[in-house]
Design a protein around this ligand. Structure first.
Ligand SMILES: CC(=O)N[C@H]1[C@@H](OP(=O)(O)OP(=O)(O)OC[C@H]2O[C@@H](n3ccc(=O)[nH]c3=O)[C@H](O)[C@@H]2O)O[C@H](CO)[C@@H](O)[C@@H]1O
Ligand SMILES: C=C(OP(=O)(O)O)C(=O)O
Length: 436
């Protein structure tokens, strides 16, 4: 039986150093890229998290040879793919558990002419439509079918043909999928309104090292000259920026002096600035970020004196995956802030747990919450709660570590989806946490 709850005794300051894992959402993209080549692709800094384990099992099921060189480095070789696996119950079951499985479609379609996928899993945080993926693949000449009864998607194409694509919306996994299809298409593909976050950039850089011809990397217009075949390459994942943000929030809430080692500072975009607007001091030391112990932190207002709003937007805007962390951090700040989660409509409901813990929050509607910071006049109190999704789960864990007394967080397999060995790493910096 897997133990699926954390018991946390909160209220103690933590201290020391913590190293972020390799990025979950980059891993889910780049682990699909070896399907595009018959040669070896070596990927390092791969996090040991449930989503990655499942995606690697899917690749193995498809016949990809997987060799584990050490704890975080794997060699993948897709020289003999078994497309029949797509029809198996095991494929349906595993692929429907993770969001990352959606990015098997682009490479399978490009290299083998067809792909099939059940509705992918991932967080239940509101509608997560896939139109952008399939409209893009259809523009490249693929035929698309959706079976609404079985909830499965099919795509098929004898030869993909490069073209101009105006993406339906700025979708991270949608861009990754269409890029992976276009690299082997005939002729030139232009993808406008492309997502350009660091993990999409990393995917494009890996594909270019494998022999693809992608230009415009880091912009919202990617131009891809199709090639006949791709070769092997090596790739190292970036540190996980959502973990980095989670640890900054953890340090501020628990009044801890923490240093995040090798944080990938150059790739964090606007994230440090948003924490600074919450009044949190960050000391950048090379590639490390030190957060000194904060007795208090004060939310800044805008230049005109109006209340700060923190909202998510496609990169280089603020990532939606850190909104729950910002919300929890605001509960002990001095001042008020409006948290506006624009992308997902079910990501803020976890505030009822924070309210039970003593936080002052008004949930205005599914997308907006106003937080009136307590400024440590009273600590949050420990309670028993359930983690609804990966980032709310970590936000609740941070709340529990800062709270007075004992908390129990259930359903922590949500957290295990994306944070490796989290309780060991937190114990190492002084947290009182146990899996029960
Ligand atoms: C495995 C993976 O990499 N998952 C990430 C990926 O998911 P994923 O690629 O599934 O998310 P998308 O980028 O497609 O879009 C996320 C949501 O935002 C909406 N949307 C998107 C663009 C836009 O301009 N307006 C808008 O409202 C979409 O309709 C969708 O509901 O990107 C999301 C957005 O950064 C992150 O939360 C997920 O953690
Ligand atoms: C929403 C997330 O993940 P996924 O897309 O895998 O559900 C996330 O990482 O915050």
């Amino acid at each position: 039986m897997t133990l699926d709850a954390f018991e946390v005794i909160g209220g103690q300051a933590l201290s020391g150093e913590i190293v972020p894992q390799g990025a979950k959402n980059e891993a889910l993209q780049v682990l699909c890229a070896p399907l595009l080549s018959s040669e070896k692709v070596t990927i390092s800094n791969v996090p040991q998290i449930q989503d990655v384990v499942l995606l690697i099992e899917l690749l193995e099921g498809l016949g990809v040879k997987v060799e584990r060189l050490n704890a975080d480095t794997y060699v993948f070789q897709a020289d003999d793919i078994n497309m029949v696996y797509l029809n198996s119950a095991e494929f349906l079951n595993k692929a429907s558990k993770i969001r990352g499985s959606v990015m098997l479609i682009g490479p399978l379609l490009a290299r083998y002419g067809r792909a099939f996928l059940p509705k992918p899993g991932g967080d239940k945080i509101g509608r997560r439509r896939l139109d952008t993926h399939f409209l893009g693949l259809q523009s490249l000449g693929a035929e698309f079918k959706f079976d609404a009864d079985l909830n499965v998607y099919f795509v098929e194409a004898r030869q993909l043909q490069g073209t101009y694509i105006l993406m339906d919306e700025i979708s991270v996994t949608g861009t990754a999928n269409v890029v992976m299809a276009a690299v082997l298409a005939k002729g030139t593909t232009t993808i406008y309104n492309a997502a350009c976050e660091p993990y999409v950039q990393q995917l494009c850089k890996l594909l270019n090292r494998m022999g693809a011809r992608i230009s415009g990397v880091s912009s919202n217009m990617l131009i891809i000259e199709g090639v006949e075949a791709l070769g092997g390459a090596e790739h190292r994942l970036l540190p996980d920026m959502i973990e980095v943000g989670s640890f900054i929030g953890l340090a501020a809430m628990t009044q801890s002096d923490l240093t995040i080692k090798a944080a990938g500072v150059a790739e964090l975009g606007i994230i440090p600035r948003v924490f600074e607007r919450m009044g949190i001091e960050l000391i950048i030391q090379g590639d490390d970020i030190r957060i000194p112990a904060h007795e208090h932190y004060e939310i800044q207002s805008f230049i005109d004196g109006s209340i700060l709003t923190i909202y998510d937007a496609p990169w280089p805007g603020f990532t939606p995956d850190l909104m729950s962390i910002m919300l929890v951090v605001a509960t002990q700040a001095r001042g008020s802030v409006l948290i506006h989660q624009k992308m997902f409509e079910s990501r803020l409901f976890f505030v009822d747990k924070l309210i039970d813990m003593g936080a002052q929050i008004i949930l205005c509607d599914p997308h907006r919450a106003t937080v009136i910071g307590l400024d440590r006049r009273q600590p949050l109190r420990g309670i028993s709660m359930t983690s609804p999704d990966i980032r709310a789960g970590v936000a609740l864990l941070i709340a529990a570590l800062s709270a007075k007394g004992r908390s129990v967080i259930h359903n922590v397999n949500q957290i295990d989806r994306g944070y490796q060995f989290i309780e060991e790493r937190l114990k190492n910096i002084g947290a009182q946490i146990a899996r029960i």
